[in-house]
Design a protein around this ligand. Sequence first.
Ligand code: IPM
Ligand code: MG
Length: 357
Amino acid sequence: MRKHHIVLLPGDGIGPEITAVTRNVLEVVSKKHNFLLEFQEEQIGGAAINSTGKPLPDRTLQECQNSDAVLMAAIGSPMFDSLPRELRPETGLLQLRAGLDLFANLRPVKIIPALISASSLKEEIIEGVDLLVVRELTSGIYFGEPKGVIETEKELRAFNTMSYSSVEIDRIANIAFAIARQRKKRLCSVDKANVLDVSQLWRDRINLLAKKNDDIEVSHLYVDNAAMQIVKEPNQFDVILTGNLFGDIISDEAAMLTGSIGMLPSASLSADGPGLFEPVHGSAPDIAGLDKANPLAMILSAAMMLRIGLKEIDAAEEIENTVDKVLNEGFRTCDLMDKNCTELRCREMGEELLKKI
Ligand code: IPM
Ligand code: MG
């Protein structure tokens, strides 16, 4: 029987509760589709800081490196905001991205018809939106050197460096071209080439690669204009390719087209090692432990893991179709509650899915 070894990282806040529900779904789906999932839970984020003093314990990174895929829930808590940077939960996530060389971050944004009224935008603007943000994840200003704080006699100065090499740009661009080829064959690269040298190199490399990928329609937007176009006419986009910082911002903006960040999955991939799959939303400390969280983004992240990471396509489809079915029947967690719908708690949402698998 096919067997896959999964590291689960429940993390902080609502993480443990959505992880428990997701694991149950995965267990049932894998049985039905005749493969075995071996789960191993490890610590990251605030939970890891509390028990080991480090946001990414060495053991967690090693176990992730040795796995077939990593499924994470969420990290972060206001409790740690005043700690030095190397001890914050977010640093653990950045170390995991670097440690697994997860340079390609895929964040699909697709309008789910049953939830279209959850968006703050007009239905006719967002109807049919199906785009994918491809964000470079292990370079750019998040990791650039030098960085730091300088203290002079007069003042303090802090700085970071936004840098990209041609190799780094090419490898993320090649991923985006390949994905665009399987979609609508349109790729929009987002930069700030009118101001930044790093963006000019970015744009030059994309143009070079565009010649080798001439079946793909390539366009460029400055990031400020892209931010505007995403809310003005989101249907013009298929694949959006951008760097680390712009991708962080643009992907949250694009997520809000759906009105419900509680529904969005993501994948972070390396050239050949295990991928990391996680919901786009955060750890929601305000509702942690109350059984109110929406587990669907993590469950859809598990589906992405099955499809992309483990090549269990049928099982992935089964999860995605079941989520659609449950939503179409009017079941909602409280974040998505609408008139004439049935409100479910986190665990009940999991049970509703299991009834249909
Ligand atoms: C994201 C998050 C992270 C990022 C934080 C938690 C470090 O905002 O995945 O978009 O900035 O990359
Ligand atoms: Mg972000």
